[in-house]
Design a protein around this ligand. Structure first.
Ligand SMILES: [Zn+2]
Length: 418
């Protein structure tokens, strides 16, 4: 069976590569990247006359990829055809089409082959739960929508995989999930937290936060409930980018992606990714919207792949404010920490930049007034310290579980910066 061979091959390669020294790993990666640039990349029309060196290629982003979708995949599939396929069953001939959630006009499309689908699965399993694979693994994946990526796995003998549609709401599949009794749970942090709040009967041996930024405020709640360390899978429409190892290090998936980094201030970076094992939709020097803090130290586990200390949030959610000296930027982590450090009782909030000079801080009515006042003052003090001209409005309102969109506690609603 071709698919299984791909998955096992990918699994084995992922394991093998993770045992190399950094020097050997970089040599292996350079060879793989070279092969991709010579053989795979020029097959997409956009790159027909591309320069040979990676660093001479143009930087790409979602807007460009969506505007010229057909030029970035080797089959010339148009965006219109891809959307039509997605509206049916996500199949376009032998290809699988998927899309990210988001506001209309802002959704990202992707197209992958059967082989790539299995390769992706093999890599995830090798990184996420290799030691569980031979013990009858039951994996529950709870994500916004069925992208078609996971269908294949259900048929495999090695694992049982069940998909639960986040948009349908947890109460609609709670019984089914509990009966499935997963050993591995992969879900956005707000859902893992919801399991804790509603006391779902689950006893997994591994829990992964995926698809949304893991806010430090959610971690203890989830870890206490499951009595397990919480791991992370950093993935997006664009692929799989990092997975937590058994020592707790969040390793970049450098065995399938070549990373370049652009500085974003405050010691943070945004990645440019080149997915050198993807052959259907070419992604080269693609600018991600995420803000990362890279680790300075290598991980204890010995993997040559670099680690990320924290995925801080999205570039889009950096607050853009005016001061007497011109525009200033405040990153989501700084804003979040200001609110959380104001009072230990605060374990949820929303901080939204609603206009060029206006910010709204929302806190649940159940939070004591003095804690809310402290948070309000902390947010204002931060702005004052940065000399930003803005007012912060305090709103006391329930913060309900929203399953239709990504949770962003710190959010900028000004529209694109670039
Ligand atoms: Zn590690």
């Amino acid at each position: 069976m071709n698919g299984l061979t791909e998955a096992v091959g990918s699994f084995a390669l992922t394991r093998l590569v993770s045992r190399k020294s950094r020097v050997d790993f970089e040599r292996w990666q350079a060879t793989a990247l070279r092969r991709f640039l010579d053989r795979d990349l020029p097959r997409a029309p956009f790159y027909r006359h591309a320069p040979a060196r990676l660093t001479d290629l143009p930087v790409t982003d979602k807007a460009l990829l969506m505007a010229r979708f057909d030029e970035f995949n080797i089959h010339g599939l148009t965006a219109t055809q891809a959307w039509a396929a997605l509206a049916r069953d996500g199949r376009a001939g032998a290809l699988t089409v998927g899309a990210s959630t988001g506001t209309s006009g802002n959704r990202g499309l992707f197209v992958i082959s059967e082989a790539e689908k299995y390769r992706w699965l093999g890599a995830i399993l090798a990184k996420a739960a290799a030691d569980l694979l031979w013990r009858g693994m039951r994996v529950a994946v709870i994500l916004p929508q069925n992208t078609g990526l996971y269908d294949s796995a259900r048929k495999s003998r090695l694992i049982k995989l069940a998909f639960f549609d986040l948009t349908a709401g947890p109460e609609s599949w709670r019984e089914e999930l509990e009966a499935f009794d997963p050993t591995v749970v992969i879900a956005p942090p707000k859902i893992l937290r919801h399991f804790a709040a509603e006391n779902f009967r689950l006893r997994p041996t591994r829990v992964f936060s995926a698809a949304e930024t893991l806010d430090p405020v959610d971690r203890p709640v989830i870890e206490n409930f499951f009595q397990l360390p919480l791991d992370q899978i950093y993935m997006a429409t664009e692929g799989l980018f990092a997975v937590t190892c058994r020592q707790g290090g969040l390793h970049l998936a450098e065995d399938s992606v070549f990373f370049e980094f652009e500085p974003a201030g405050d010691g943070l970076v945004t990645p440019l990714v080149t997915a050198f094992r993807r052959q259907t939709q070419i992604m080269a020097r693609y600018r991600m919207n995420d803000l990362l803090r890279l680790s300075k130290e290598p991980c204890r586990c010995g993997s040559p792949m670099r680690c990320v200390d924290e995925i801080v949030g999205r570039m889009d959610d950096v607050f853009r404010l005016m001061s007497q000296d011109g525009q200033i930027l405040i990153t989501p982590d700084v804003l979040r920490n200001a609110v959380l450090k104001a009072d230990r009782r605060i374990d949820d909030f929303r901080l939204v930049q609603t206009g060029p000079e206006s910010i709204e801080l929302s806190l649940a009515p159940t939070l004591p007034d003095d804690a809310a006042v402290a948070a309000h003052q902390a947010a204002r003090a931060l702005l004052e310290m940065r000399k930003a001209v803005a007012t912060v409005k305090l709103v006391r309102a329930p913060l309900p579980l929203e399953t239709g969109r990504k949770l962003r506690r710190v959010e900028c609603r000004l529209g694109p910066a670039r």
